[in-house]
Write a protein that binds this ligand. Structure first.
Ligand SMILES: [Zn+2]
Length: 184
């Protein structure tokens, strides 16, 4: 049995008696979780999420990049259009993890190698120290002019050896962060 066949079989099991056809399109927990694509750190499993609970955005390192900011901006506008709300509000939970492969993207020679071969700039994705990188990512959200001040953000660090998350930054709104000049 191929790995694809394994997934097909699991889906057949999943769909038996499926009773979630009427889920609301907006996430039940009002949450966007930004996490690394590492297969060991799937937020659905880590936080015991169910279908419809949360929007999950994943990239190398779980970093706030311009692409992630654009996605959140577009999603906010989309939700605003569908719900006729001027300021759709989400909580953005950032989750980085220990022993992240994206630490390689912080190595200057590797950054230069990728840039030279592909033109891709991975400098915003590099992990050097998760706690400080999470604070950098909060600042990137704070400084993104298209993101509404009503959005809130918090940050967690997931330990792949214990399965536990530790809060690095408590919930604050982007408006609060913007009013506290420069100490994030
Ligand atoms: Zn990672």
């Amino acid at each position: 049995m191929s790995n694809i066949d394994v997934l097909k079989t699991r889906n057949q099991d999943f769909a038996v008696g499926f009773a979630q056809s009427d889920l609301a399109p907006l996430p039940r927990l009002g949450m966007i979780i930004v996490a690394c694509i590492d297969a060991r750190v799937d937020p659905t499993t880590v936080f015991g999420l169910e279908l419809g609970d949360a929007v999950i955005m994943r990239n190398n390192g779980g970093r706030i990049t311009s692409a992630i900011i654009d996605e959140i901006t577009a999603l906010s506008l989309l939700v605003g259009r569908v719900t006729s709300q001027d300021a759709p509000v989400f909580h953005i939970m950032l989750m980085q993890h220990t022993k992240c492969g994206a630490q390689q993207f912080a190595v200057p020679e590797f950054q230069a190698h990728i840039k030279e071969r592909t033109g891709i700039d991975v400098s915003a994705s590099g992990i050097t120290d998760q706690e400080s990188d999470l604070m950098v990512d909060i600042a990137r959200l704070r400084d993104a002019p298209n993101l509404h001040g009503g959005l809130t953000v918090s940050a967690m660090l997931y330990d792949i050896e214990t399965g536990q998350v530790r809060e690095i930054a408590p919930t604050q709104s982007l408006a609060e962060l913007r009013s506290n000049t420069g100490d994030v």
